[in-house]
Design a protein around this ligand. Structure first.
Ligand SMILES: Cc1cc2nc3c(=O)[nH]c(=O)nc-3n(C[C@H](O)[C@H](O)[C@H](O)COP(=O)(O)OP(=O)(O)OC[C@H]3O[C@@H](n4cnc5c(N)ncnc54)[C@H](O)[C@@H]3O)c2cc1C
Length: 545
C-alpha cells in the first residue's frame, strides 16, 4: 500500500479511468497509443475486473471465476490493434465446440468447429433440421459479419435511422424481421428436434438472455448465437492472461495503472468533470476527461451524484433494468476428468468447449427462465460446463483436471442472501446434475469451491448482485436504449465525463466493444487522430445488398 501511495501521479493528465476491467483498459490503451496521458484507477488489488484466473481450490489448479468462453483470436480487431500476441496471449480453438447430452445422458448432440461434421451429427436426429441448419448457418454468418459486427463496433444509432438503413437491403430487412421476434420463436420456428433447439437456445441463454428468451425485439441474437457457436475459444493459461496483455499494451504506450485505488467521487465543476477523489483521500485532476467503467447508474447517481442531473435522467437511471439473472459457480479440482455416460454414444463429448448439462429439451430452458423471472430457484441444478484441462493441461498439475459449472439463479432478488444454507443447496443441486451425466465426478473430486453472485460482487464491485453484464439485455435496455434513451452511447449529461464499460452499447461479455467504441468517441471529441481504423456502421449498412 505504501509503495502505491508513493507513486507520483502527474499534475495534469489527459484522462482518468474509473475501474481497470478489460473495457477500461482497452479504451485507455487505444488513447495512450494515440499519445494521450492516461491513468487507470482500479479499486481491487488486481486489474481485469471479470477476467479472473485464480487457484481457489488447491495450489496449481487454475480456475476462471468469471469470463472463460471468449472470441479472442489474432484476427480480432482489438487483439490486432493492441498487439496482444506480442504481449503473450494465446487462444485455443477446440475442434469439438458443443455437447448437449439427452435421454438422461445416454445420447448426446455434439457440434464442431467444422460445419460438415456438425451437420452429420444433427442429421442423425433430424435430416430436415440438418438441411435447415446448413442454410441458416450460412445466412446467419453473413448477418453476423455484415450487420451485427459493424453495429456492435460503432456508437448506437437512433432507432429511426437504424430502421431506415436496415430497411433498404435484403439482409437488413431479414435482420429486422428476426429482431421483431423472440429468440424462442426464431429457434422453434426453424428446427423440430428438441436437443438441437435446446443447444441453440442454450447458446443464446449463456450470453445473458435466459430471462428474455420469450421477449420479442431481440430475435437476432439467435442468429449470432448459432453462427458463433462454432467459433468458441478459451485462453491458454486462463482468461486473466488477456487482461495482463491489454495492461502491458497500455503500459508500453506510457499509460499508468493504480490498483487499490477506489474512486469515491467524480469531481464536477460547473457541469464539467475535472477529476476524481479516491477512497484513500488522494485526488487526481484533469483538464481532459474522466471515463468510467462502473455501470451507468452507479457512476451517475453515486460517483457523480443525482444533484448534478435533471430529474428525468435521474429517474431513468434509478429505474435501470439490471440483469435479471446471475451465475452461481462451482469449481472442482479433480484427480481424473469427468467421464460422461454419453461418451459411449459419441466419444468426443467431454472435449466440447461448451457442455450443456441438464437442458435436454427447450422446455427445460423455458422452465428455468420462468423460475428465474419468478425469483425462484429450480429444483435441480442444470449447468454450463467445460473441462478446460483437456485443452490446456497447464491449468492443473500434470495428469490432474479442473471443471466448473455455472448455474442460473435469480439476480437482484438474491443479492446479499447467499448464506451457507443457500450456497449448500445450490452446490448440492449442481453436483447432482453433474453426477447424472458423469457418474465419476464425486470419486474424482479432490476439492470443490463455490462462487456465489455475492462472492462475484465482493471480487468485482461493479457487478452488483453478480450482474456480469452491468444491465439486462431486454429490448428496453438494448442499442439506443442502453443505458437509457435519455443518455445513449458513451457521452453523459456531464461534460467531459464518458462511460466505457459493459452498461454501454453493446453490453457485457468479454469482447471489449464498449471500451473500443468509447475510445473512438473520446478521441474525436478531443481532436485526437484515431491511429486505428474505426468502424462506421452507417457506411457498412448502406453497402448491404
Ligand atoms: C460468473 C461469470 C461468468 C462469466 N463468463 C463469461 C464468459 O464466459 N464469456 C464472456 O465473454 N463473459 C463472461 N462474463 C462476463 C464478463 O466477465 C463481463 O461482462 C465483463 O467482465 C465486463 O467487463 P467490464 O470491463 O465492462 O467491467 P468489469 O469486468 O466489471 O470491470 C470493471 C472494473 O471496475 C472496477 N471498479 C468499479 N467501480 C470502481 C470504482 N468506484 N473505483 C475504481 N474501480 C472500480 C471493478 O473493480 C472492476 O475491476 C462472466 C461473468 C461472470 C460474473
Amino acid at each position: 500500500m505504501t509503495e502505491v501511495r508513493d507513486i507520483a501521479i502527474p499534475d495534469d493528465v489527459d484522462g482518468i479511468f474509473v475501474g481497470g476491467g478489460h473495457n477500461a483498459l482497452i479504451c485507455a490503451a487505444y488513447l495512450a497509443r494515440a499519445g494521450m496521458k492516461v491513468v487507470v484507477c482500479e479499486a481491487s488489488d488486481r486489474i481485469g475486473g471479470g477476467t479472473t484466473t485464480d487457484e481457489i481450490t488447491l495450489p496449481f489448479f487454475r480456475h476462471n471465476l468469471h469470463a472463460y468462453f471468449v472470441r479472442w483470436t489474432p484476427e480480432y480487431a482489438v487483439w490486432n490493434d493492441l498487439e496482444l500476441g506480442r504481449f503473450g496471449v494465446r487462444s485455443i480453438y477446440p475442434p469439438v465446440q458443443n455437447a448437449l447430452p439427452f435421454d438422461g445422458g445416454e445420447r448426446v448432440l455434439v457440434t464442431y468447429s467444422d460445419l460438415d461434421r456438425s451437420l452429420d451429427e444433427i442429421a442423425k436426429l433430424s435430416r430436415s433440421d440438418a438441411a435447415a441448419y446448413r442454410e441458416l448457418h450460412e445466412e446467419f454468418s453473413e448477418l453476423t459479419r455484415r450487420v451485427d459486427t459493424p453495429l456492435r463496433f460503432s456508437e448506437p444509432m437512433p432507432p429511426e435511422q437504424l430502421q431506415d438503413l436496415l430497411g433498404r437491403s435484403r439482409l437488413g430487412r431479414r435482420y429486422l424481421e428476426l429482431d421483431r421476434r423472440s429468440p424462442l420463436e426464431v429457434v422453434r420456428g426453424a428446427f423440430e428436434n428438441e436437443a438441437l433447439r435446446s443447444l441453440i437456445l442454450f447458446n443464446v441463454s449463456v450470453r445473458g438472455y435466459l430471462p428474455n428468451l420469450d421477449v420479442p425485439g431481440i430475435g437476432s441474437i439467435a442468429a449470432l448465437a448459432l453462427a458463433n457457436s462454432h467459433q468458441g475459444r478459451m485462453v491458454e493459461g486462463g482468461t486473466y492472461e488477456v487482461a495482463k496483455a491489454i495492461a502491458s499494451s497500455l503500459l508500453a504506450a506510457g499509460g499508468m495503472i493504480l490498483t487499490n485505488a477506489r474512486v469515491e467521487r467524480v469531481v464536477v465543476d460547473n457541469g464539467r468533470a475535472t477529476g476524481v477523489e479516491l477512497a484513500d483521500g488522494r485526488r487526481i485532476d484533469t483538464s481532459g476527461f474522466v471515463a468510467s467503467s462502473a455501470p451507468a447508474p452507479i457512476t451517475m447517481l453515486e460517483l457523480v451524484g443525482g444533484e448534478h442531473l435533471d430529474s428525468g435522467l435521474r429517474d431513468d437511471l434509478a429505474q435501470y433494468r439490471w440483469l435479471e439473472e446471475a451465475l452461481f459457480g462451482v469449481h472442482w479440482a479433480l484427480s481424473d476428468r469427468p467421464r460422461l455416460t454419453a461418451e459411449a454414444y459419441n466419444p468426443d463429448a467431454p472435449a466440447a468447449l461448451n457442455l450443456a448439462l441438464g437442458y435436454e429439451t427447450s422446455d427445460d430452458l423455458v422452465a428455468h427462465m420462468r423460475a428465474v423471472n419468478a425469483a425462484r430457484n429450480v429444483a435441480d441444478g442444470p449447468i454450463h460446463s467445460s473441462i478446460p484441462t483437456i485443452h490446456d493441461p497447464s491449468q492443473a498439475p500434470s495428469g490432474r483436471h479442473t471443471t466448473f459449472g455455472w448455474h442460473f439463479v435469480p439476480g437482484p432478488p438474491t443479492r446479499g442472501g447467499w448464506d451457507s444454507a443457500a450456497v449448500r443447496d445450490r452446490v448440492d443441486a449442481m453436483v447432482r446434475t453433474y453426477r447424472t451425466y458423469a457418474p465419476n465426478i464425486e470419486d474424482a473430486t479432490l476439492a470443490i469451491t463455490s462462487h456465489s453472485p455475492d462472492a462475484t460482487e465482493r471480487r468485482v464491485i461493479s457487478m452488483r448482485g453478480g450482474d456480469r453484464h452491468h444491465g439486462s439485455f431486454h429490448p428496453d435496455n438494448w442499442q439506443w436504449n442502453r443505458p437509457t434513451a435519455a443518455m445513449p452511447g458513451y457521452r453523459t449529461a456531464i461534460e467531459a465525463l464518458y462511460l466505457c464499460g459493459a452498461s454501454q452499447h453493446p453490453g457485457g461479455s468479454f469482447h471489449g466493444q464498449p471500451g473500443y467504441n468509447a475510445a473512438g468517441v473520446i478521441a474525436g471529441d478531443h481532436g485526437v487522430e484515431a491511429w486505428w481504423r474505426p468502424v462506421h456502421a452507417a457506411e457498412a449498412l448502406a453497402e448491404l445488398d
